[in-house]
Ligand binder design. Structure first.
Ligand SMILES: Cc1cc2nc3c(=O)[nH]c(=O)nc-3n(C[C@H](O)[C@H](O)[C@H](O)COP(=O)(O)O)c2cc1C
Length: 185
């Protein structure tokens, strides 16, 4: 199994979830993996990995500009690796996750950003098995953290969100391990 965990985070919420995935990789005794923070010119061919975890905050219903530039950069750079109609490449899986505050319209704000991230992987033929919207506080905007559409989010992500995320990712690792075992049979 060769996973990659790519994320962008300014105030630490998304990083928290990326760290949970990294810890689980070690728990599963997986040694050959990549964990990296997204930069605009970071070269990344998803097809070099079996499983890609891609995480970002939501800024104006989409990922931040840096993440969009990263996607543009690699869509162009690895154009020849992609085919028309994006046929699924066997044994390539993706999980996308976004932290969001949902102050105005709730979880709907995270959906376009998640779809955007998933499209990057799907264009390379990945099967994106889950898109995770993770409610998280808005740094330095107290009023929004109390009176927004999602209510009081000052303590988000709370233990319940973190525990659910941990359990979901753990389940996916069990699944990926099993599926990739069939691949090598
Ligand atoms: C400039 C900016 C724009 C944001 N826009 C949105 C938004 O449109 N919708 C939303 O739900 N949250 C929005 N947020 C909240 C962030 O998505 C949320 O706090 C996220 O967890 C921050 O991630 P990070 O701590 O990993 O940087 C915005 C935050 C910032 C700083």
């Amino acid at each position: 199994m060769k996973p990659a965990v790519l994320f962008w985070s300014k105030t630490g919420n998304t990083r928290k979830f990326a760290n949970i995935i990294s810890d689980l990789l070690l728990e599963f005794k997986i040694e050959d993996f990549l964990v990296a923070e997204i930069r605009e010119d970071f070269t990344f061919n998803p097809l070099d990995y079996d499983i890609v975890f891609l995480g970002s905050p939501v800024y104006r219903f989409l990922p931040p500009r840096e993440v969009i530039s990263f996607v543009d950069f690699n869509m162009d750079k690895f154009r020849r690796f992609r085919s028309l109609r994006s046929p699924k490449v066997p044994f390539k899986f993706g999980v996308t996750f976004c932290t969001y505050s949902g102050i105005h319209t709730g979880v709907k704000e995270a959906i376009p950003a998640l779809k955007y991230l998933s499209q990057f992987l799907e264009h390379f033929g990945f099967l994106v098995v889950e898109e995770m919207a993770l409610l998280s506080k808005f740094s330095n905007w107290q009023e929004a953290n109390i009176k927004g559409k999602c209510g009081d989010i000052r303590d988000m992500p709370d233990n319940r969100i973190i525990r659910n995320f941990y359990n979901d990712i753990k389940d996916w690792f069990i699944y990926f391990k099993e599926v990739l075992r069939w691949k090598s049979c």
